[in-house]
Design a protein. Structure first.
Ligand code: NAD
Ligand code: DAU
Length: 353
């Protein structure tokens, strides 16, 4: 049977990408899902073991900066939709190596836009280029207010600057060449398969190993947390129903000060590990702050909720408990991703804090 659609998902072996691939493979057996991933330190095919044998799924190892590879894929696979997640995604790494972020997030995105433009050659009926962005492009909020889709772009870190650059190119390809694009900007995700350089999985991993829990500054920065499967469901809705040219904010309306989140996570971990209450919290260590640390992110997702009917389905306590249970049930996953280069990364990033 000829597939109804042929969709290229980039970065599908990463944290959010793997949940998006799983959802699309399972919900749409009539689609052909092609996952293109370079398998950097953050990409892991173990994330997709349960879908890798599906007849409508296919993996290609490759770089979004490789123009010839992209041209072949668009031609051979007759790609009519792109969901673009591949990126360098960690703020702390961007402070150390900004050019890697320019390379993948800006050059890679423009290379992909050009490949889509060449392949579709102005025949845009039924085509869609969906760029996954982040709320960090809006910059940092004080204690009041929310980011809306009209908030001016004002990135503060090399990571967010590179994502903002890619957003501008996506909009420019729409404006200049009418490429049928749609964009979304989501708040902080959490859930299974999250690489343990990011706050929540790093804390879970450290508690499992009885290691200090590094809290930057005074722990007063605020983030709005969304369960990763809810982000995947929003991406599904926007891919299918979003209006071409639009930006959609995605958020959980679930703001937490870092230190309050750390305390809640410590409580859940104590319960799950059968430890005395307060044991995990005794590992909390305040460390030197992240340079230029954005104070607060908070998303207004009204457009997505009212125009496309999406809402999150998992509350924070449930999502966090599910997340902890997943890590405790999958110690081999953590072991594999934290062997080798992770140890060097951890040593360099936290030694002088
Ligand atoms: P991740 O770091 O877990 O995964 C990124 C994936 O991209 C990896 O599989 C990696 O191998 C792949 N990749 C990197 N460079 C590549 C290249 N040049 N070519 C092909 N593949 C490459 O990232 P994530 O947290 O899953 O984020 C996915 C996307 O969502 C990113 O665009 C990120 O900016 C955005 N986002 C993330 C969050 C979050 O909280 N994690 C929130 C909002 C938006
Ligand atoms: O808002 C969306 C963004 O969320 C995504 O675009 C990024 O890809 C994703 O990494 C995330 O960025 P943050 O910088 O907010 O996430 P991170 O998990 O690195 O940090 C969350 C908060 O916790 C932040 O205020 C910094 C703090 N932190 C982080 C680490 C790794 C600590 O206090 N200690 C730590 O060891």
């Amino acid at each position: 049977m000829k597939p109804v659609r042929s969709i290229l998902i980039t970065g599908g072996a990463g944290f959010i990408g793997s949940h998006v691939v799983r959802r699309m493979v399972r919900q749409y057996p009539q689609y052909h899902i092609l996952n293109l991933d370079k398998l950097t330190y953050a990409g892991n095919l173990e994330n997709l073991r349960d879908v890798e044998g599906s007849p409508n799924y296919h993996f290609v190892k490759g770089d979004i900066c490789d123009s010839a590879l992209l041209d072949n894929l668009f031609a051979e696979e007759k790609i009519d939709g792109v969901i673009h997640l591949a990126a360098e995604s960690h703020v702390d790494r961007s402070l150390e190596s900004p050019l890697e972020f320019v390379q993948t997030n800006i050059i890679g995105t423009v290379t992909l836009l050009q490949a889509a433009k060449r392949a579709w050659a102005g025949k845009y009926e039924g085509k869609r280029f969906y760029h996954i962005s982040t709320d960090e492009v809006y910059g940092s909020l004080d204690h009041g207010g929310y980011f809306t889709e009209q908030t001016p772009i004002d990135p503060q870190s090399p990571y967010s600057a590179s994502k903002a650059g890619s957003d501008h190119f996506v909009k420019a390809f729409h404006n200049s060449y009418k490429l049928p694009v749609v964009l979304s900007r989501c708040s902080n995700n959490y859930g299974p398969n999250h690489f343990p350089e990011k706050l929540i999985p790093l804390l879970i991993n450290n508690i499992m190993q009885n290691k200090p829990l590094p809290v930057y500054g005074k722990g007063e920065n605020v983030r709005d947390w969304l369960f990763v499967e809810d982000h995947a469901s929003a991406i599904d809705v926007i891919f299918h129903k979003g209006i071409t040219g639009n930006v959609y904010n995605i958020g959980g309306n679930n703001e937490w000060k870092n230190i309050d989140l750390v305390m809640l996570l410590c409580q859940i971990m104590d319960q799950k590990l059968g430890k005395v209450a307060g044991s995990s919290a005794s590992l909390i260590t305040y460390v030197t702050d992240r340079p230029g640390h954005d104070l607060r992110y908070a998303i207004d997702a009204t457009r997505l909720q009212t125009e496309l009917g999406w809402k999150p389905s998992v509350d924070f306590q449930t999502g966090l408990t599910k997340t902890v249970e997943w890590y405790l049930a999958n110690p081999q996953w953590l072991e594999h991703v934290t062997s080798g280069s992770y140890r060097e990364y951890y040593q360099e990033m936290y030694a002088n804090r």
